[in-house]
Write a protein that binds this ligand. Sequence first.
Ligand SMILES: Nc1ncnc2c1ncn2[C@@H]1O[C@H](COP(=O)(O)OP(=O)(O)O)[C@@H](O)[C@H]1O
Ligand SMILES: [Mg+2]
Length: 228
Amino acid sequence: MPDTPLYQLREVGKEVAGPAERLVILRRIDLSVKEGESVAILGASGSGKTTLLHLLSTLDTPSWGEITMRGRNLAALSGEARARLRNREIGLIFQFHHLLPEFNTLENVAMPGIIGGMPRPKAFDLAREALGHVGLSERTNHLVTTLSGGERQRAAIARAILMKPQVLLGDEPSGSLDEANGEKIAELLLRLNRELGMTLVVVTHNQGLAQRMDRRLELHAGELHAQV
Ligand SMILES: Nc1ncnc2c1ncn2[C@@H]1O[C@H](COP(=O)(O)OP(=O)(O)O)[C@@H](O)[C@H]1O
Ligand SMILES: [Mg+2]
């Protein structure tokens, strides 16, 4: 089904219980993301960008509306099926790397494979391959506490691509880095999109990255609109 979008969101909304009344974070989101596309999500702080990424990642569920991924309605999947989908088909990159300090780089990157039930040698092989993609082959046996900030974020990206997911979801992936390291992360994400065909949906304040992506969408007042 080559024409089935990777993601299709129809009238999706999210509300949460606030201190006094219910707070509508996302009012009405209509979005279609094609396989292989790169989409930047922009918007002021508090506009709901992280909330939207959590919905796309299946970590959270919408209050109304429907999200399908490759034609599958996410709401119809069991918790277990959603966890499997997250493990195999979605790569998540956050502002902070969330690597485990007690493990070395290779073990951290192999973690999704090990958690997903893969034999350890296979997970380590994939981890070496992923570290090659992010230019960290020399750091395999280093404890992550000895890596620089930029290297840690590249290791987090290697972990995100370990299972060869169809989509990478990034929440301000260069937001905690200086400009030069942020640029390296931007280059890396664009290369993974171009060379490995991974779809990118990335929340970013990095205009240099946003401008080089296929589309820029801005969240405002709970709605998503093309940025002109
Ligand atoms: N679980 C929650 N309970 C209450 N308020 C929330 C919750 N999650 C997010 N919010 C609020 O919703 C708004 C959007 O949050 P968020 O998606 O993190 O925005 P962004 O990532 O664009 O900064 C913020 O005002 C935030 O405080
Ligand atoms: Mg956020």
